[in-house]
Design a protein around this ligand. Structure first.
Ligand SMILES: Cc1cc2nc3c(=O)[nH]c(=O)nc-3n(C[C@H](O)[C@H](O)[C@H](O)COP(=O)(O)OP(=O)(O)OC[C@H]3O[C@@H](n4cnc5c(N)ncnc54)[C@H](O)[C@@H]3O)c2cc1C
Length: 452
C-alpha cells in the first residue's frame, strides 16, 4: 500500500511512523511538504530559545530514516494559483490513501478599527520571521523592530508569551539559539523598553502554562509589572483557581509579580488583565492602542465597562489564535476551520471520502502540545489500516506514480538526502559563530544547500 502524508509537522511524521511501525499491512509512505525542510511548527513555531522542546526534531528526524518512509519537500499540494504543483486528484491517482496533516497556521483577527495599520502584525508573521521561515517578510520586521519603543502583545496563550519574551530578552540571552543572523542583528537594534501583554479576561482564564509564564519574570534586563487590582479574583475565578492546580499555579505567579517592588531594569513587561483592545490609532503607523477595561460575567466571559485608556504602541502583535484553511478538493468546516471527519476519516456531508484521512491541527484545531498529535495520528492511522484490511481503498492508477508526475512537471523535490544536506549546512553555518546551528531562511539558499 502506498500512502501520501501531506505535511511534515509532528502529526504527519507521527502518522508516517504509525503506518510503518505495524506488520499487518506493508506500507510505503511519502511525507510531502510545501517547504524544502521538514517538521512544520516544530521548526517554524516553537520558540528558538526553547532548545529542549525544539530538540523534538531529532526524534521526528529518526522517522525519516525508517524503511518505507520518504520525505518529498518543496512540493505544494493545491491548485496552481495557490502555488500547488500536485492536486488532491493527482494524489488519489498516485496513492491508495492520503493523510492530510497540513496544519492550521493562519492568524485569527481581532476585528477592531485600525487593525490593518502599519506596525500591527499577526503573531504568525512575527514568529515566522524570528524562526527564519522562507515566506517571512524580512523587510517588514527590519523596518518595524528597530524603530519601535513600545509594543503591545494581544493574547494570553503561550505564543503571546513567546513573542513577549523574544521582544524583552537581550540578544545575549538569545545568542545560543538557531535564529538567523539577520534576526539577531535586527533584535540588537531594538529600542523597545515597554511590552504590554493584554488579556481580556482575568489570570484564572489565561491559556498559558506556568513554566512558560514564569520565564517572563526571570529575564536579565526586563522586569514584570502587574497592577494589584488586575489579580484580585472574583468568586468564580477563585473557585477555578482552587480546584484546578494548573490555574492555581498561574494565578500564584502573577499575584507574586503584583507584589514585587520595581527593580529599575531598562525594559518592562506590563501584564494586564481585564483589558481588551478596542481600537488602534495612528497616522502612517500604529501609535496607540485604545484599551477598554472589562469585567467578568457570571459565566466567565468578558464584558466592557466603558472605561478606557490609551497605551502608546508602535508595534502591535496580535496573538489571538491560529486557524486552518481549506485545501482545494477537500471538504472543509468553515465554522470550525477544520476538516470534518469521524475518527480521522474525512467526511463530505457526513459521508466518508474514500482514501482520505486527516490528523493534527487541521483535524482538531490549534490545541494541545506536540505530543497530542501522536495520539491523534495513531487514531487516524488505525482507521486507515482498518479500511485497508476491509478492502475499502482504491489502488493507484497513475503510471510511474508521484515520481514520474513531479519529474514531468519539473519540480525540484528535496528528498531526505537533500534535507540531510541542508541540516549539515545549517550546522556548519552555526559553527562559524560558535552555535550548534543557524537556520537558513532563504528558499533558494535552502534548495542550493539541498543539492550539497
Ligand atoms: C508559535 C508556536 C509555538 C509553539 N510552541 C510549542 C511548544 O513550545 N511546545 C509544544 O508542545 N507545542 C508548541 N506548539 C504547538 C505545535 O507546534 C503543534 O501542536 C504542532 O506543530 C501541530 O502539528 P501539525 O503537524 O498538525 O501542523 P504543523 O506543525 O503546522 O505542520 C504542517 C505542515 O504542513 C505543511 N503544509 C501546509 N500546507 C501545505 C500544502 N498545501 N502542501 C504541502 N504541505 C503543506 C507545512 O509546511 C507544515 O510543515 C507551538 C505552536 C506555535 C504556533
Amino acid at each position: 500500500m502506498r500512502v501520501a502524508v501531506v505535511g511534515s509537522g509532528p502529526s504527519g511524521v507521527y502518522a508516517a511512523d504509525a503506518l510503518v511501525s505495524q506488520d499487518a499491512v506493508p506500507v510505503e509512505v511519502d511525507i510531502i511538504d510545501r517547504l524544502p525542510v521538514p517538521f512544520g511548527l516544530v521548526r517554524y513555531g516553537v520558540a528558538p530559545d526553547h532548545v529542549s522542546i525544539r530538540s523534538v526534531r531529532d526524534t521526528l528526524d529518526k522517522v525519516l530514516d525508517k524503511p518505507g518512509v520518504r520525505f518529498l519537500g518543496n512540493v505544494t499540494v493545491g491548485q496552481p494559483e495557490d502555488g500547488g504543483v500536485v492536486s488532491m486528484a493527482d494524489l488519489h491517482a498516485c496513492y491508495d490513501a492520503v493523510v492530510l496533516t497540513y496544519g492550521a497556521s493562519r492568524d485569527r483577527r481581532l476585528g477592531i478599527p485600525g487593525e490593518d495599520l502599519d506596525g500591527s502584525v499577526a503573531a504568525t508573521d512575527f514568529v515566522a520571521w524570528y524562526c527564519g521561515h522562507p515566506d517571512a517578510d524580512r523587510e517588514l520586521f527590519e523596518r518595524l523592530v528597530p524603530t519601535a519603543t513600545s509594543a503591545v502583545v494581544v493574547g494570553v496563550g503561550n505564543v503571546a508569551v513567546d513573542v513577549t519574551r523574544v521582544l524583552a530578552k537581550t540578544v545575549g540571552e538569545l545568542d545560543h539559539t538557531d535564529m538567523p543572523q539577520h534576526v539577531f542583528d535586527t533584535l540588537a537594534q531594538s529600542h523597545i523598553t515597554d511590552v504590554y501583554l493584554l488579556g481580556r479576561r482575568g489570570p484564572a482564564q489565561a491559556a498559558w502554562t506556568t513554566k512558560e509564564l514564569k520565564e517572563l519574570g526571570e529575564l536579565l534586563d526586563a522586569e514584570v509589572i502587574v497592577r494589584p487590582e488586575d489579580v484580585v479574583l472574583d468568586e468564580g475565578s477563585a473557585e477555578v483557581a482552587a480546584s484546578d492546580r494548573a490555574v492555581g499555579r498561574n494565578v500564584a505567579v502573577v499575584q507574586e509579580w503584583a507584589e514585587r517592588e520595581p527593580q529599575g531594569k531598562p525594559r518592562r513587561i506590563h501584564v494586564r488583565f481585564l483589558s481588551r483592545p478596542i481600537e488602534m490609532r495612528g497616522d502612517d503607523r500604529v501609535r496607540t492602542v485604545v484599551v477598554e477595561r472589562t469585567r467578568l460575567t457570571s459565566d466567565g466571559k468578558a464584558e466592557g465597562t466603558g472605561e478606557t485608556e490609551e497605551i502608546a504602541a508602535d508595534l502591535v502583535v496580535r496573538s489571538v489564535g491560529y486557524r486552518g484553511t481549506a485545501l482545494d478538493g477537500v471538504p472543509f468546516d468553515s465554522g470550525r476551520n477544520v476538516i470534518p471527519h469521524t475518527d480521522g476519516r474525512v467526511e463530505r456531508d457526513g459521508v466518508q471520502v474514500p482514501g482520505e484521512y486527516v490528523a493534527g491541527w487541521i483535524k482538531r484545531g490549534p490545541t494541545g502540545i506536540i505530543g497530542t498529535n501522536k495520539k491523534d495520528a495513531v487514531q487516524t492511522v488505525t482507521s486507515l489500516l482498518a479500511d485497508a484490511e476491509a478492502g475499502l481503498l482504491r489502488a493507484p492508477t497513475q503510471p510511474g506514480g508521484i515520481d514520474a508526475l513531479l519529474a514531468e512537471r519539473g519540480v525540484a523535490v528535496v528528498s531526505t538526502a537533500g534535507w540531510r544536506s541542508i541540516n549539515a549546512a545549517e550546522q556548519a553555518l552555526g559553527a562559524t559563530r560558535g552555535r550548534d546551528r543557524t537556520t537558513i531562511h532563504d528558499r533558494v539558499a535552502l534548495l542550493d544547500a539541498a543539492n550539497g
